[in-house]
Write a protein that binds this ligand. Structure first.
Ligand code: FES
Ligand code: FES
Length: 896
């Protein structure tokens, strides 16, 4: 038997010719710091050192490691942290941490070589970008990675202790952090799903017996509903659980299946045609998915078109006649256009995954989820189990972005298989499943008309949005335009266009980015026609106090003041500067509870939330530490377990706003109890009185429940729904009742100023600088909030320039099912990002903090588009702004 030396120990290699090095590392040796993401050599998450050189272990046959020395992330800094690990911790060069081990291994190799050849010189941004170009981070932690690698190479982390702003960073840089995909119980089986290969049809025969007959197969189950209908390619049909993935795949292949195809329709344009096959008959409409964060409003539904979904218009008839008259009069101020946006896939690097384990009548579920507590409730309800019989655990979650907020197929199937096999079962999606059936931000077509008044006000805004939702409903693109830029009239209509495609899902600010892409470009265009500075026009038309402060900040930026007009630009490379505005709702979850205890002199805070990379552990640690005059690492934070006090989901940017206030209430109570129980007061003049009191305190516990804000959303008061009056107030009440979310007063806002360089020969756009101003109240964890803001911008750049799911319009197959085809931004695409926090505006919230995750990505694509216009005079009407689209627009203009 051949062997390798791994992290200093000799380990056997399997004879199996199909085994890859990553399989041996992760499964046989349980070195789970090495992550499987793309399985195709694109993302770098599986990087290990082989004889000192970085290698993608997902592409290297295990037998090729015979006689070689392999180092995984667990072997880097095994005795003491490597300089790169310390630098990543201090510069907060990570969020969810799923990509981090791969980056650490590569960066450590780069660092060691650099130091051996270049001493303590500082590598340039380009040198670091080139060295790490084989790695992807979906959270967009690149900004911190640049700083960390530069600092480590220049010797700043050669010695000494460090303090990390993120409390769990050490586990993430050493590979110790356990994600759902890393969980392994004794006797655990691997679950694999048989999926539909047709876009619409009825499954006639499904024979699981051949699969069950294979050695090593523990269960094979049908997943068909009573009608045996499938409505999209990739819909689950059956599943098997077997001793390993290879056996499970063989079992899936052995299942006998036959089907009758039914007429299908794919995509926005085809599904709107008058005689298009209907996807959901009336009786089946409850089976449609949801692309929104809350329960949707009722709406008419005819054939494949559902909408308009909310009556948020204001004087729509008048708007139609004003716009028509302006058209006839050829009013030069009337801005009209049809904007199209592409489908954006969440692309979480940790796939959707669940490990289900029954012990008697108790069910433990490890899940990659955005909501441990709510998922427990949903599982208990579906399987008719008491809450105390179900436990959901998520210690670490490798990204979610909205796609892991509910009870997904990976969870129900893992539970069903575990029950059938009477053994623990893991279901972890592969990258193709991840990029095809776990949801997406629907593509859209937005028809817009914007009419300024003769006096320079905003007279009318009309938006009709069609969203390519697949087998799902509830898009809110046009509706969101009601919440900004008050006008004399607004005509807003949202339509879901349902087709035989996998269902879309909520994605970071659902509806916000496509709405902003259209509206913010229209505002820019109106400003040009009115000969007004675009920020000045926003100040005139936008009444929100948070954004008015951000506009002041943006106007003071040198890059804005010094921008040129398109007419002043010549030559191949042209630079432009654009501005855009974004906002999101301030949401919080009632009933959220936090417990704070002192045990053995140590502070412990507990709540059933999860950290999907947004830093919720740190937000709580910082809040507790600040109040007691301690350091955050002195506070133990227990999260990621549904057994803890009820916590909010990580969706709608609601976590911070839901947990900081009850944490503060719990602290107040705990302090009172500690003082009451104190046998002696701290020494006079003590600079750490609470440290002394805590050390002497008996074990005590206090808890707080999320209180109402001192100012609430109500008709007529300052709120995101103010402009919608009583209707908005009713909508707010419905959200609370149906989705357990409160829409609070005040509007989280963002204004971005972006500089681009356009290559007018090849159509490439490079984003050079981003200034992002954000008003989300007091910043609870500054380094982490900065990273969130920068990561949101990077995701927004992906949306603007690169990302698009590609579908075969005949079959409904996802063509961009791998990271080699679905292009997310890499480190070298990262511009210089300046983050400005405006911390006012949320004093009515205890603690003053609201969420940042969504608002920061909303304005990026229109700011890029407006910058391209400023550089070239071409207005991008379709996302992503691909080189071929830009070139044909430039050519079209030249020919005109
Ligand atoms: Fe190996 Fe992506 S998992 S490179
Ligand atoms: Fe890189 Fe999340 S931190 S993928």
């Amino acid at each position: 038997m051949s062997t390798m030396t791994i992290n200093g120990r000799v380990a056997p290699l399997p004879d199996d010719v199909d085994a890859m090095l990553i399989d041996v590392v992760r499964s046989d040796l349980d070195l789970t710091g090495t992550k499987l993401v793309c399985g195709a050599g694109v993302c770098g998450a599986c990087t290990v050192l082989v004889d000192g050189a970085p290698v993608a272990s997902c592409l290297m046959p295990a037998r090729a490691a015979a006689g070689k020395t392999v180092t995984t992330v667990e072997g880097i800094g095994a005795e003491k942290l490597h300089a790169v690990q310390k630098a990543f911790m201090v510069h907060d060069a990570l969020q969810c941490g799923f990509c981090t081990p791969g980056f650490i291994v590569e960066a450590a190799a780069f660092h060691d070589h650099w130091r051996a050849t270049r001493g303590t010189a500082t590598p340039s941004r380009d040198e670091i970008g080139a060295a790490l170009s084989g790695h992807l981070c979906r959270c967009g932690a690149y900004d911190g990675i640049f700083s960390a690698v530069a600092a480590a190479c220049s010797g700043q982390f050669d010695g000494g202790d460090i303090v990390s702003p993120r409390v769990e960073a050490r586990d993430k840089v050493t590979g110790a952090a356990k994600y759902t995909v890393d969980i392994r119980h004794e006797g655990q089986l691997e679950g694999v799903i048989l999926r539909s290969e047709i876009a619409h049809g009825k499954i006639a025969e499904l024979d699981l017996a051949p699969a069950l007959a294979l050695p090593g197969v523990g269960a094979a189950i049908s997943l068909l509903a009573e009608d045996r209908i499938v409505r999209f390619v990739g819909q689950p049909i059956a599943a098997v659980a077997a001793r390993d993935r290879k056996t499970a795949l063989a079992a899936i292949a052995a299942i006998k299946i036959s089907s009758e195809k039914l007429p299908s329709v794919i995509g926005l344009d085809e599904a709107r045609k008058p005689n298009a096959p209907v996807v959901f008959e009336k009786a089946d409409r409850k089976k449609a998915g949801n692309v929104s964060e809350g329960a949707g409003a009722p709406a008419p539904w005819k054939a494949n078109i559902r909408g308009p979904s909310a009556a948020f218009s204001l004087k729509p008839k008048q708007v139609r006649s004003w716009v028509e008259r302006a058209r006839q009069e050829k009013n030069p101020l009337l801005v009209e256009g049809v904007f199209r946006t592409g489908t954006q896939s969440h692309t979480c690097l940790e796939p959707h995954a669940t490990v289900a384990h029954f012990e008697g009548d108790r069910l433990t579920v490890h899940a990659s989820t955005q909501s441990v507590f709510h998922l427990m409730e949903l599982i208990a309800k579906r399987y008719k189990l008491d809450h105390d019989k179900v436990r959901v655990i998520a210690d670490h979650v490798g990204g979610g972005f909205g796609s892991k907020a509910s009870l997904g197929a990976e969870t129900t199937i893992a539970i069903d298989l575990a029950r059938a096999a009477n053994a623990p079962v893991r279901v972890a999606f592969d990258r193709h499943e991840e990029l095809s059936v776990t949801g997406y931000r629907p593509a859209s077509e937005v028809k817009l008309a914007l009419l300024p008044s003769e006096q320079g006000g905003l007279k009318a805004l009309s938006l009709t949005a069609y969203a390519d939702t697949g087998a799902a409903i509830n898009s809110t693109i046009a509706t969101l335009a009601r919440l900004i830029y008050p006008a004399d009239g607004k005509e807003l209509a949202d339509f879901d266009v349902i087709s035989n495609l996998p269902p879309g899902a909520a994605f970071r600010g659902p509806g916000g980015p496509p709405m902003a892409f259209a509206v913010e470009q229209a505002i820019d265009e109106a400003a040009l026609r009115m000969k007004v500075d675009p920020i000045e026009l926003r100040k005139r038309w936008d009444t929100d106090p948070n954004r008015l402060r951000l506009y002041e900040w943006a106007q003071g930026l040198d890059v804005w003041r010094n921008r040129k007009s398109p007419a002043e630009q010549t030559g191949r490379y042209r630079r432009g500067v654009g501005v855009a505005t974004g906002y999101w709702l301030y949401l919080w979850q009632p009933g959220s509870k936090v417990e704070v205890s002192v045990k053995g002199g140590r502070l412990i805070a507990s709540t059933a939330i999860q950290d999907i990379g947004t830093g919720s552990r740190t937000v709580i640690a910082n809040t507790v530490a600040r109040e007691f005059g301690l350091e955050p690492h002195e506070v133990e934070v227990h999260i990621g377990d549904s057994k803890l006090p009820v916590g909010p989901g990580s969706g709608g940017s609601r976590t911070t706003a839901s947990v900081v206030p009850p944490t503060l209430l719990a602290i107040q109570k705990l302090k009172a109890a500690i003082e009451k129980n104190a046998k002696r007061k701290p020494a006079p003049g003590s600079n750490a009185p609470w440290r002394e009191l805590l050390a002497a305190s008996p074990d005590l516990t206090a808890s707080g429940v999320r209180p109402e804000d001192s100012r609430q959303m109500a008709p007529g008061v300052e709120s995101p729904l103010k402009q919608v009056g009583i209707l908005g107030w009713i909508f707010g009440k419905m959200m609370r009742w149906m989705s357990n979310m409160v829409i609070g007063a005040g509007v989280p806002s963002s204004v971005q100023v972006i500089e681009v360089e356009v290559d007018t020969w090849l159509g490439h756009v490079r984003v050079l600088n981003v200034h992002t101003g954000i008003a989300v109240g007091k910043i609870a964890a500054p380094a982490l909030a900065r990273s969130q803001a920068a990561g949101s911008v990077i995701q927004g750049i992906g949306y603007a320039l690169y990302e698009a799911r590609e579908i075969d319009g005949r079959t409904g197959d996802t063509l961009s099912g791998g990271l080699e085809d679905y292009r997310i931004p890499g480190i070298a695409d990262t511009p210089v990002i300046d983050v400005h926090f405006d911390e006012a505006g949320f004093d009515h919230v205890l603690g003053g903090s609201v969420g940042i995750g969504e608002v920061a990505t909303v304005p990026t694509s229109p700011a890029v588009a407006n910058a391209i216009y400023n550089a070239t005079g071409i207005r991008p009407m379709e996302l992503p702004i691909r080189p071929d689209r830009l070139i044909s627009a430039l050519k079209g203009r030249a020919a005109a």
